[in-house]
Design a protein around this ligand. Sequence first.
Ligand SMILES: [Zn+2]
Ligand SMILES: [Zn+2]
Length: 445
Amino acid sequence: MRALAINVVKKGKQFMKIQSALRGLLAAAATAVALSTPTHANSIKDAQDWLAEWDGGPIPAWITDNYYLPGTETLAIDEIRVSACGTGMPANTRKQAATCFLVETGNGEVMMFDAGSGSYANIVALQIPADKLTKVFLSHLHTDHMAELSGVWAGGWISGRASELHVYGPSGRLPELGTAAAMEHFVGYNFWDQQTRAANLNPIPGNIIVHEFDYKGVNQVVHDENGVVVRTIPALHTGDGPVSYIIEYAGKKVVFSGDTFPTRWFLDHAQDADLLIHEVFHTPQQLVDILGFVPPVAMTVGTFIHTSPEAFGKVVETLQPRHAVGFHFYDIGSVREEIEAGVRNVYQGPLSLAQDLMVWNIRNDEITERMAIDDPDAIPAPTSAPIPAADPNNPAAPYPFTQYILDGGLYQEMLPVMNPRLDAFCSKYNFCGVQGADWRTRFQQ
Ligand SMILES: [Zn+2]
Ligand SMILES: [Zn+2]
């Protein structure tokens, strides 16, 4: 079996932090600890500075009250945590990935709603172990809602996902416009990647299982497992196909609009929501000023293809959720204030205009809004079991090196310089190469 070796990097530092965090939580539970409250303002920078110095001891209340420290909080059985893993626009930025919301339930379900460009970095920052993230629901097939599938698929594969990746998404007006067709092409687009990885890693996580459902379904159940029911309603956004999602767990309800102009279906089926997430878009003037749209395009995109601030306000004012969340705009300059002013012309209730890594905990007595502490050194969270190798009894990869590449490219004199480190590794693990062959012979046909 010959293919590129994939470096599987174990997560020493972050793993130690998580271990320390768990020890810290246990210690905090065992003893009444006087928690320090800093005299300075509790900014996210303060929280990041605290994290950089954290020794794994008890987590002070000013952190847990105001910030979410990924990987350290266990949900109550009837609790839901929703995290914004992307809130921005199709051209994602360092500050904002494109659309992505992560839903975690108290019984351990983890579901990703949309995988917008750049969002996997936020999944990593949120310290979601790859073996937990196996279900992605797509609202529609615009890249700002699905382009990061590549990151979820391959990033999760090398980070410990043990099973196939399940992708849920709508059909289209024609078969070629649906999610199943898109995933067929996704597999083709990633064929070389899949073949080379599958030769060295467990091949199962490289498979995608598609759950395509009728985009016209109204309140149709597309997922009913582990106590979590997911329903869809059609959305109204640049042609047939897009949907909005309704997620129900433990008597609680989260609604995610995807991209849509407000619809009657939404008003009918998003009632009694605990957390109502609906897009709220730039004003036409902002589209002209920020994105350079010509006025006719700005008018169409800002009023009919998406939801204006006032229309968002009307939706949530009508539905009166416990907490409303708006997303889908560049959070720069005065944009947030202008959008909030538009919403507040119509709606005065609980509201978050989402930023990346904003986190909501939905409990019976309250819904909290906090920011996750973004550790710039975070790498994929450790999984519960080591990442298995490919089955050595599998047939060899169908596309090994040709003799042309081996004879012409292999720099034989390079091998001895690697010997001391690799000999030590061989003796430590009593393993020197594939199927017992010394690694030095690996390139020799
Ligand atoms: Zn869209
Ligand atoms: Zn969008």
